[in-house]
Write a protein that binds this ligand. Structure first.
Ligand SMILES: *[C@@H]1O[C@H](CO)[C@@H](O)[C@H](O)[C@H]1NC(C)=O
Ligand SMILES: *[C@@H]1O[C@H](CO)[C@@H](O)[C@H](O)[C@H]1NC(C)=O
Ligand SMILES: *[C@@H]1O[C@H](CO)[C@@H](O)[C@H](O)[C@H]1NC(C)=O
Length: 447
């Protein structure tokens, strides 16, 4: 051995650093106070440090964190605990440790990839002096990009900062160990803080006490409607307000939108009126608790009326908890979203009305939990059937039969992820159906 190691004991494991060559190794403590009885479980030469700033909402960042861990592992670099987006639309000042259990995140991946809370002092000074490189990686890249383009930059600059993280790793065509590591992070290493977990469990307990519950991810919030330009069922004033908001946000590139055409193409979130009809058509019992996982519904009570009259037990975290319970979460949209995420995972049925990041990540997580029922709505067909039903050309029984048959095979059960070469945005998202990780007893045992 040429290296001299400094062995630091940290809980269950030890981490060793060499002074001569930057090398990192992990071991499990076999006996007490006896270095010779440490068992080596992982070793790599540290190629440098990776800092990442995640962008987007909670679930987009969640998927990105899994990607970044997999990338860091593959490049043998040390990952600094990711920085969360504080300037996005949701404007949440929460840090990683305000949402996720950072201790668990680091420890659960020990032996796989080295993660530290902050740069070592020498590297920190380099960053303070501007001696690091910052860049957005190319979207949907495969691992050879990181190997051929990113790793040389890490070598050159020692500290590399990836300043955008959304969908930077391909869905498909990656080695199996990378896919499995993405899952291991997502389902094993990303645990919410104990405050969020406790409150989430409380909401679930209250719901369970009253029987089965369906979580409706009713993405009918002002930002969604302004961004998508979908104004079905809105008043003239509302449509104008949404348009003004869209023009006010420079990063929403699409400005001129024909709501009618967009809706007919199945590209609009379903309205509360539409989803009420669909749930009834699917024979969801009137007594079912419907938990609304969403922020404020645009149009408020008025727009919710058809849903609440069809389903009297519509609830949300604000109605199940006391205001004082939510006081510390109130201005932190990501922490509120984390609560909804927990409840969504546990629900008997999960129904997203739009395919955003939360819908997709929860869909995949529920598959992982044993293919729990997730109704994946075919919006294009639904709006067509709804319009025919409402115009009187389709009787209720036929409408209901058609809605049921269209969705018979869209319940989140086992299926192949759809791959479309060179069109990553249009193919199935890895995190919506991480098929490589499903029903894998080895992986489950490891957690
Ligand atoms: C990472 O470390 C492993 C184990 O030492 C080694 O086999 C692999 O070639 C290294 N890869 C890179 C990119 O440094
Ligand atoms: C990321 O870094 C690049 C290159 O330094 C810079 O041009 C870009 O504005 C940065 N993007 C963000 C979101 O910070
Ligand atoms: C949340 O933000 C609102 C508006 O910015 C403010 O009035 C309120 O006091 C804040 N609440 C808490 C608990 O910080």
């Amino acid at each position: 051995m040429y290296y001299q190691y400094l062995v630091a004991q940290t809980g269950y494991s030890c981490v060793a650093f060499s002074f001569l060559v930057p090398i990192v190794l992990w071991c499990i403590q076999a006996g007490q106070h006896n270095i010779s009885s440490y068992q080596l479980i992982g070793i790599y030469r540290n190629n440098g440090y990776l800092m990442v700033s995640c962008n987007g909402g909670l679930n987009q960042m969640r998927a990105a964190i899994c990607d970044m861990v997999a990338i860091a592992r593959h490049l043998n670099v040390t990952l600094i605990v990711p920085e969360l987006d504080k300037t996005s639309f949701w404007n949440d000042p929460s840090e990683f440790q305000d949402i996720f259990d950072v201790e668990h995140f680091i420890n659960s991946l020990r032996g796989e990839v080295r993660i530290v809370r902050e740069l070592p002092p020498r590297m920190k000074r380099r960053v303070e002096l501007g001696m690091f490189h910052s860049m957005p990686p190319i979207s949907w890249s495969d691992i050879s990009y990181y190997h051929n383009q990113i790793l040389p930059l890490v070598h050159k600059h020692k500290v590399l900062h990836l300043n955008r993280t959304d969908a930077r790793l391909a869905n498909n065509g990656l080695p199996l160990d990378i896919q499995k590591l993405r899952c291991r992070v997502n389902y094993g290493s990303l645990k919410f803080t104990s405050q969020i977990e406790e409150l989430g469990r409380r909401v679930i307990r209250i719901l369970r006490k009253n029987g089965p519950f369906l979580v409706l991810h009713l993405r009918y919030e002002m930002d969604m409607l302004a961004f998508s330009g979908c104004t079905e069922g809105c008043t003239r004033e509302e449509a104008d307000e949404l348009t003004r908001m869209r023009y006010a946000y420079p990063w929403w590139k699409e400005k001129v939108i024909d709501s009618y055409v967009k809706r007919k193409d199945g590209l609009c979130p379903l309205t509360p009126e539409e989803i009420a009809l669909v749930l009834r058509a699917l024979d969801i019992d009137r007594s079912m608790q419907i938990y609304i996982a969403a922020g404020e519904i645009y149009g408020g009570k008025r727009r919710m009326a058809s849903l609440t009259s069809a389903y009297p037990n519509v609830v949300r975290k604000e109605t199940l908890l006391e205001p004082s319970d939510l006081r510390f979460f109130q201005n932190h949209s990501s922490q509120m979203a984390a609560l909804d995420y927990m409840v969504s995972l546990e629900s008997d049925i999960f129904v997203p009305t739009y395919d955003g990041n939360m819908a997709k990540v929860v869909e995949g997580h529920r598959r992982f939990m044993g293919f729990k029922k997730t109704i994946l709505l075919d919006r294009k067909l639904i709006v067509d059937l709804v319009d025919r039903y409402k115009s009187g050309s389709l009787p209720w029984d036929e409408f209901s039969t058609l809605i049921k048959s269209v969705h018979a095979n869209r319940m989140g059960s086992s299926s192949r992820r759809m791959v479309i070469l060179d069109k990553p945005k249009e193919e199935d998202y890895f995190y919506a159906n991480p098929q490589e990780c499903l029903r894998d007893p080895d992986l489950l045992r490891a957690w």
